[in-house]
Design a protein around this ligand. Sequence first.
Ligand code: APR
Length: 180
Amino acid sequence: MGEEGQRTVPDTKIVTALGDITRFPADAIANAANTSLLGGGGVDGAIHRAAGPELLAECRGLHGCETGKAKITKGYHLPAKYVLHTPGPIWHGGGRGEDGLLASCYRSCLELALEHGCRTVAFPSISTGVYRFPLDRAAPIAVEAVRAFCAAHPGSFDQIAFVCFDQRTRDAYDRALGRG
Ligand code: APR
């Protein structure tokens, strides 16, 4: 094809940020939920507090979610239009398919984001808190899963952000992105 015929597909920007995901501007934010989808501590608790009680009411109607899968709700009082609830794997030493389940969390969220026309998505560091998944093992899995999904769906997203609550977490994702 001639120059004019070439369509360069804009790459998706994949970035890290330091801060509170409940205040991060994105079409959809992911929630490191549990399989009940009825709230909890950590980022799950923060998202429910910021979104307001309607979020829990909608979640009650979802009847839970399997580890590695994702379900979508509205964002209510959050800046984000949608919340992508995904239960990450609890770390049991790595012999119970934790790596694959973690990658599946990111893929499942991006599939839902794509279906709902989201151009920007933000993720917390799924499973690396209460679920004790080692951070330096989780970050490369997360980055690879996001990169592979974006490569398979070119031009589908403008930006994917890993929103990290502390510098140590952000450094791990920057290293995984090859930037630190
Ligand atoms: N914004 C961004 N990241 C946050 C925020 C926030 N407001 N609050 C916590 N985090 C970070 C944590 O510091 C950690 O890096 O989110 C990451 C994931 O930690 P958890 O929230 O503990 O999630 P996870 O390890 O997946 O455990 C999930 O914890 O809260 C319960 O209901 C949840 O049972 C589920 C379990």
